[in-house]
Write a protein that binds this ligand. Structure first.
Ligand SMILES: *Cc1c(COP(=O)(O)O)cnc(C)c1O
Length: 355
């Protein structure tokens, strides 16, 4: 038997979540599949919705070319646009859309001699202060780019810093500043909402949405009632069972000491697979029964408490996250977010299904 650590990727759930996102927001929807589809496999995710997706968004040219080489014909947006002018010919040849987020990019475009004009998403920094043109510079940039020979079409966009906080004043200010800045300007298309805004901020509705994490079935608002279906199920198996006496400890650092005689299951999954080392007391499900980790997560193995699961045996299935154990909850136990867990999942076998 080969190592039983497996990430099952349910592409039907991915497709379902795309439809949920698109329906909730209305208009068109770019599926964000940067960073290898948040660790799920960008090509497989793209292929699963290629015949219905309005487009895809990735972080860079290399990620877009991987999709083009796999035969993806849908629009693909580069979320940071170009990093240097030398990328422009390939961007044009491969029919890619670009975010324009900085004045230096505006100037390059205005001076460029392109084989074909580009579809651009002009980004405003409405308060996140990461990338985007300051509101004071935005109208002039938009006017100079509109109708320019390098430009086919412009979508006005911005991104929220706190959309996952439903009572955020900051998000309200971002929306107000964006709307005030584009007032009176010619902008047919607008895009503001990431997953959290699609789920929680109806004021951010516009012609385009940009869902990411919700497509993978993790709700960034952590609400209980959700129509989203988890896409990744990270499973492994019990490879050894130990009986330790009250007072004995297990694992590195002996951080767990048994308060009663304890049955310990050793599971073939560790931090080298992307399971977060900090999640020392996260939940896990053994053959469908909920239990929790004990002791320290090591590189290739972790421990679960089997004391109250007498039917567990070597070979029992362990869900580390997926349907019974939410990735959000494991992330919380580790002081991080599901995004990071998904992106870090590695070494395990990836198995795809589409029902
Ligand atoms: C990653 C990203 C998204 C998707 O965000 P989620 O929180 O995963 O929905 C949307 N827009 C931009 C600009 C991004 O970088």
């Amino acid at each position: 038997m080969s190592r039983p650590a497996i990430a099952h990727i349910r592409l039907d759930a991915f497709r379902h979540n795309y439809r949920v996102a698109k329906q909730l927001h209305g208009g068109k929807s770019l599926a964000v599949i940067k960073a290898n589809g948040y660790g799920h496999g960008a090509v497989q995710c793209a292929q699963a919705i290629a015949n219905e997706a309005d487009g895809f968004a990735v972080a860079c040219l290399e990620e877009a070319l991987q999709l083009r080489q796999a035969g993806i014909k849908n629009p693909i947006l580069l979320l940071e646009g170009f990093f240097e002018v030398a990328e422009l010919p390939e961007i044009v040849t491969n029919d890619l859309w670009i975010v324009v987020h900085a004045q230096w990019q505006v100037e390059i475009l205005l001076a460029a001699k392109l084989a074909k004009p580009l579809y651009i998403w002009l980004k405003m920094d409405s308060g996140m202060h990461r990338v985007g043109l300051p509101p004071a510079d935005y109208p002039l940039a938009l006017m100079r780019l509109s109708g320019h020979v390098s430009v086919e079409k412009i979508v006005a966009m911005s991104h929220f810093a706190n959309a996952d906080n439903l009572s955020s004043e900051h998000t309200k200010q971002q929306i107000a500043l964006f709307q005030q800045t584009i007032k009176g300007l010619e902008t047919a298309d607008i895009s503001l909402a990431n997953s959290a805004a699609i789920l929680g901020w109806s004021q951010a509705k516009a012609s385009w949405s940009r869902p990411g994490i919700m497509l993978y079935g993790a709700d960034p608002l952590m609400t209980a009632a959700t129509k989203l279906r988890p896409v990744m199920q990270l499973n492994s198996k019990i490879i050894s069972i130990r009986h330790i006496k009250k007072g004995e400890s297990i694992g590195y650092g002996s951080i767990f000491t048994a308060e009663r005689d304890t049955v310990v299951g050793v599971v073939a999954c560790g931090y080298a697979d992307g399971y977060p080392r900090a999640a020392t007391d996260a939940s896990a499900a053994v053959d469908g029964v909920m239990t929790h980790l004990i002791g320290r997560v090591s590189m290739d193995m972790l421990f679960v408490d089997l004391t109250d699961i007498p039917q567990a045996k070597i070979g029992s299935n362990v869900e580390l996250w997926g349907d019974q154990v939410l990735a959000n909850d494991v992330a919380k136990a580790a002081g991080t977010i599901a995004y990071e867990l998904f992106c870090n999942t590695k070494r395990v076998q990836f198995k795809y299904s589409d029902n």
